[in-house]
Design a protein around this ligand. Structure first.
Ligand SMILES: [Zn+2]
Length: 259
């Protein structure tokens, strides 16, 4: 299953490269997908699309990005760290499709991202709505949080399993509000979560229930906020500022900042 996904991605990436650089890329067959088997495995954190992009940039540093034809056949496969993340996400029971690497604008890109369609709890799957591309590592943290943080809290505190997590999106080429710094959303490294729908039909939202929900709903939202802080690097919620009164901003897996 995942081998098929990689195979599809490989060809889609080649197509994307061909479009991006007007290059004539030769399509190889779907070969071994064992991490490290990429023909470009000497490039540690960047896949072939990135290497090609960077090579094109440095070769044309003094002139405005002319399109150039690729002169050698290119084989495109996920880089080893992306491949192992995708395998782990698959093992966690997530349903997803890898998205081809693309660069949208300075500081904005979708590198190593996936499109999630469903996640797995202990006993059942649940949906994720309105979500776009997410970096694989963030998706992995999201998958673990949804299962161990949200679904279990829903059953224990509210007596019903989770049916769906509603988001306000993930990838967005934009700056942090009021700054000239790119948001983590600009590289698909963050997800904004607005509400949770339970199997019994209840919908618990940040906007309506953080302050005004029943005691159990308010406890549920605080428990899932706290568990998000264990899984993600940066978590911002209603206590942080008014911009986050209606959602949790869940970002990356690095340095901890939790409000
Ligand atoms: Zn956000």
């Amino acid at each position: 299953m995942i081998a098929y996904r990689f195979c599809v991605m490989k060809h889609r990436n080649v197509l994307r490269l061909t479009l991006a650089f007007a290059g004539a890329a030769a399509l190889g067959g779907c070969g071994s997908l064992i991490p490290g088997s990429s023909s470009n495995s000497g490039t540690p954190d960047y896949g072939n699309a990135r290497a090609a992009y960077n090579a094109g940039k440095s070769a044309n540093a003094s002139s405005p990005a002319p399109r150039r034809l690729a002169t050698t056949p290119q084989s495109v496969a996920p880089n080893p760290s992306d491949a192992s993340c995708l395998a782990e996400l698959n093992q966690a029971g997530a349903r997803f499709n890898p998205i081809p690497d693309t660069y949208a604008a300075p500081g904005c890109n979708k590198l190593g991202t996936v499109q999630l369609s469903a996640l797995s709890g202990d006993a059942r799957q649940f949906g994720v709505s309105n979500i776009g591309p997410v970096k694989c590592r963030t998706a992995k943290a999201f998958s673990a949080w949804a299962r161990f943080g949200v679904d279990r809290a829903a059953r224990q505190i509210l007596g019903s399993p989770l049916e769906r997590i509603e988001t306000m999106g993930s990838y967005s080429c934009r700056n942090v509000a009021g700054s000239n710094r790119r948001s983590a959303h600009a590289t698909a490294g963050a997800i904004d979560v607005s509400s949770f729908t339970l199997a019994d039909g209840r919908r618990i939202s940040l906007k309506g229930d953080w302050d005004d929900g029943t005691p159990a709903e308010r406890e549920f939202l605080r428990v899932v906020h706290k568990s998000a802080c264990k899984r993600f690097g940066t978590v911002l919620g209603p206590e942080y500022n008014r911009a986050h009164e209606d959602h949790f901003h869940l970002e990356g897996t690095g340095k901890k900042f939790c409000r």
